[in-house]
Design a protein around this ligand. Structure first.
Ligand code: SAM
Length: 247
């Protein structure tokens, strides 16, 4: 936390560096609307919000996308959902791996969806759409061949503070509710893809309905920090990422 004293000190230091004050103001202007949007979500939808921070980038999980493309190769026009799509980088990346897919990106953050749509307008793709999360409630059951929740079932504050118990930040029950909602829209025989998560599908009642696969060839380090159904911290490497629904 930056206290008043510290921020005063930082301001005084910045005042001595040519251009630093202006750059600091520009930076604040740039990020403040994003922080305000996250604050609003935290106030208004605390029970629905998973990772609030919209960090993302293009081609973030190349080996995972390779693996998914191989598993969907037999489907002429696979339907794929990027749940927690942020600014749409994941959906745009998936297009390179799945040229014939219909890709939907969904996010709870209206600013993220606006940005994803703005970028889509610059480079139109009739088989990509971006929607606010509230609208996924209207998605017909068993709609998608693959549903990806990457860096969504986690929280920056769990990573930073590693508390013994996650309940005050993101309880396990919220994750279990989230995967139950996603399960509804995965087709039988389809794929649920969960990675970069602080919770494991294996710990939910849904686990018996899915066959888990790992990515032993992944360049990514396996996940370690996670929280169990009792909300307590556990540190044990796990790498299950692709889950095939019984069908
Ligand atoms: C770290 S970003 C992940 C972006 C992308 N999936 C990736 O891995 O690069 C997490 C995103 O999840 C979104 N999110 C959090 N809770 C959500 C919810 N209930 N429904 C949809 N999106 C949600 C956040 O708004 C944020 O944009």
């Amino acid at each position: 936390m930056v206290t008043a004293d510290r921020s005063d000190l930082l301001r005084r230091i910045a005042a001595r560096i040519p251009g630093a004050m202006g750059a600091g103001r520009a930076m604040r202007r740039l990020i403040a609307p994003d922080l305000r949007a996250i604050g609003k979500l935290r106030r208004e939808q605390p029970g629905a919000l998973f990772q609030p921070f919209p960090t993302t980038f293009e081609d973030r999980y190349p080996e995972l996308f390779d693996a998914l493309a191989a598993r969907l190769a037999h489907i002429e026009r696979p339907r794929v959902l990027s749940f927690g799509c942020a600014d749409g980088a994941e959906a745009r990346s998936l297009r390179r791996w799945l040229p014939k897919a219909e890709i939907t990106g969904i996010d709870i953050n209206p600013r993220a969806i606006a940005e994803a749509r703005r970028r889509l307008a610059l480079d139109p793709d009739p088989a990509i759409r971006f929607e606010l999360a509230a609208d996924v409630a209207g998605e017909p059951a068993e709609s998608y061949d693959a549903v990806l929740a990457l860096a969504v079932f986690r929280h920056g504050e769990l990573e930073r503070d590693r508390p013994e118990n996650c309940a005050a930040i993101m309880p396990f029950a919220r994750f279990a509710g989230g995967v139950a909602m996603l399960d509804r829209i995965v087709k039988p025989g389809g794929w649920l893809v969960i990675w970069n998560s602080h919770f494991r599908l294996a710990d939910t009642p849904l686990a018996p309905a899915y066959a888990a696969q790992t990515l032993p060839w992944s360049e990514s380090a396996p996940m370690v920090l996670h929280y169990g159904p009792d909300d307590r911290r556990s540190e044990q490497a796990y790498a299950e990422v692709l889950f095939r629904k019984d069908g």
